[in-house]
Structures are given as C-alpha cells and as structure tokens.
Ligand binder design. Structure first.
Ligand code: SAM
Ligand code: SF4
Length: 324
C-alpha cells in the first residue's frame, strides 16, 4: 500500500464517492515516505472542491471565565490555577468596534466565544443584544460558541441571522472521559444536533496532541465525517501552565499532516480550519497545512493568547499562491 492506494482513494473522492472507514484508517497509516504525496492529494481535493480562497475568521472571547467544567486542556477552567484574568461580558459598543476592525482586516466571519458550560438566561439576552448590534452596524457573518444550547436558544440565534454554531467534540469518544468529567461526549453531540435542527450550520472539531493515540485521532475524524459539518476546526494543543497538560509533549508534525489530509479526503467540501496552536506548534504558521487539506485559519489572536497579526497572515496566504 502506498501511492497507488492514495491515488485510488483520491479518485473515489473526485467521482463523488465517500471513502470507507477502512480506507481512512489505511490513509492515516501510510508510511512516512508517502506522507508528502498524501498531503499533495489532499491539497488537490481542496483546490478542486473549494478553489484557492482561504476562509479567514477572527474570534472575540466575550467571556473569559472561571468555567465550571474541568476540561484538562483549558486555561479557563475554574479547576486549575492558571492565573488567567477573567472578565464580564463587554458592552455591545466594544464588540461592534472589534467586529468592524475584523471586517476591515479581511475577516469573513466573526465568532463570539464564551468560556462557560452554557449561557444563563440573562447572559444569553446580553449576547443576543450584541449580535443585533453587530448586524445593524457592521455586516459581517456572525458565528457563536456559547457552550450547551437549549432548542429555544438555538432557534433564537437562527432568527438573529447567526450563520454557524461552533461546539467542539474535543477528542474521540474513547478518550473523552480522560479529558473531562463534568460533562459527556453525548452532551456535546446533543448540542450539535440541537443547533443543526434549528437550521444553524455546524462548526466542530477538537484538539489534537492531548495524549490521544493515532487510532483515537482516526476515531474523531470518522465521527466528524459522520456529522459532516460545514466547518471542521482543529486546534493543536497549547499546553497552558497550571493545567494538567502543561508538560504534554508536542505532537510530531507528521501526525498533524496526517489528520488534516485524511479529514480532507472524508470531507471534501467542508472548510477545514487550523485553529488554536497554529503559531505555537507550527514553525511555518500553517503554510504547509494550507497545502495539505486545510483551507481556513483564525487570525489576530485566540481566546487567551495572541496570534499572528492579520496582515502577516494575509501575506503568508498570498505568498503560497492562495487568496484572501
Ligand atoms: N465553553 C465552550 C465550549 O467548551 O464549547 C466554548 C469555548 S471553548 C474555550 C473553545 C475551544 O477552545 C474549545 O472547545 C477547545 O477546542 C479550544 N481550546 C481550549 N483550550 C485550548 C488549548 N489549551 N489548546 C488548544 N485549543 C484549546
Ligand atoms: Fe469551560 Fe469550554 Fe473551557 Fe471546557 S473548554 S473548561 S466548557 S470554557
């Protein structure tokens, strides 16, 4: 098994067939010598289905929090002493100003993220007011990541014109209880179902480099293929001092290439975004991954840490012949 098998799988994708779980497992395991070819074929699929445009998103961490959940990677969990500054929801005016800057800097979407398990009724109203104000004053596609949602809340977000809802599975089902005990994998799947039933597009994915095996990365990948979200978001762990994963070893680059490439074979039409950890884990800020299946980035910083500035990312995208 080698290049011929990779080509056969690519041909299946081009002819509109879904590759099997077995094929995906074999692609994950191609020898290192064939990795560049796997990445090249994934890139060809991306270009064919999605063209050259890179989806650029900016985030606003509207609620930095001491969150009630114990996700072991998260600097905003109240379970760990990470020294992260917390703050309350900002005023709509502050968020509108930032959304406007994001638009001026070339972002197509603006995602409001909150570090809590789920929004309280009061906070949810405040977020709705913020979304209204962005709609009235900026005209950028608004996305949200607000934790667990009720059906009513999901319907309200849809009414407000929210395009896409982010809720990550984080890891494979078989690994999940090791990374979080305050909620379950099924809880996360349920929110995705609620969001989809309300007519919201889905953005979901996880974090790689939590100590999971390659088999578990395959398991996550197959679950994502089953859900078939409009957008997949893959974070590469940023070990946060004070969390149980602060000393976690970096995932080898070859493993990162494998997962991005195989997700592209399984989900040819989705946006596949390189999310948190792009600048910290990748020497090239994602140039290689944008030519190995990925076609989206988050720019200008993350939830609790800075990132590349938007201009630098745009220059990088143009340098490799892609479009902003
Ligand atoms: N609280 C909501 C939730 O859990 O769905 C939304 C916000 S949560 C902070 C946003 C995402 O950031 C998480 O789902 C996780 O994938 C990612 N993330 C958190 N800590 C991270 C870390 N140390 N490294 C990489 N990604 C991380
Ligand atoms: Fe809370 Fe979300 Fe962080 Fe988990 S990932 S601790 S739910 S903010």
């Amino acid at each position: 098994m080698g290049k011929e098998f990779i080509k056969e799988c690519q041909e299946k994708v081009f002819s509109g067939m879904q590759i099997s779980a077995d094929d995906a497992g074999k692609l994950f395991d191609v020898p290192d010598d064939d990795l560049a070819y796997l990445a090249q074929c994934a890139n060809e699929i991306t270009r064919d289905f999605n063209g050259n445009k890179v989806d650029i998103e900016q985030l606003n961490n509207i609620k930095k929090n001491a969150c009630s959940e114990d996700c072991i990677f998260c600097g905003q969990s109240a379970f760990f002493d990470t020294g992260i500054e917390t703050y309350k929801l900002p005023s709509p005016e502050e968020v509108v100003a930032k959304a406007r800057t994001a638009k001026e800097q070339g972002a197509e979407s603006y995602c409001l993220v909150a570090a809590w398990r789920e929004p309280s009724a009061r906070d949810f109203e405040k977020v709705c007011n913020i979304i209204n104000k962005i709609n009235e004053n900026v005209g950028i596609s608004v996305e949200c990541s607000l934790g667990f949602l009720t059906k009513e809340q999901a319907a309200r977000l849809k009414e407000l014109g929210v395009k896409r809802y982010n809720h990550n599975l984080e890891t494979s089902k078989s690994k999940f209880s090791e990374i979080c005990t305050t909620h379950t994998y099924e809880d996360r799947l349920r929110t995705l179902e609620i969001a989809r039933n309300a007519g919201l597009e889905l953005c979901t994915g996880g974090i790689i480099g939590l100590g999971e095996t390659r088999k578990q990365r395959l398991e996550l990948t197959l679950e994502l293929a089953r859900i078939c979200p409009e957008e997949v978001t893959i974070n590469i762990l940023v070990p946060v001092p004070g969390t149980p994963l602060e000393l976690q070893a970096e995932l080898p680059y070859s493993e990162i290439i494998r997962i991005f490439s195989v997700i592209r074979f399984l989900l040819p039409e989705s946006v596949i975004k390189i999310s948190g950890g792009r600048e910290t884990n990748l020497d090239d800020s994602g140039e290689g991954l944008l030519q190995s299946g990925a076609n989206g980035i988050i720019t200008a910083g993350y939830l609790t840490m800075g990132g590349n500035d938007a201009r630098k990312d745009q220059e990088m995208i143009r340098r490799i012949g892609l479009e902003t």
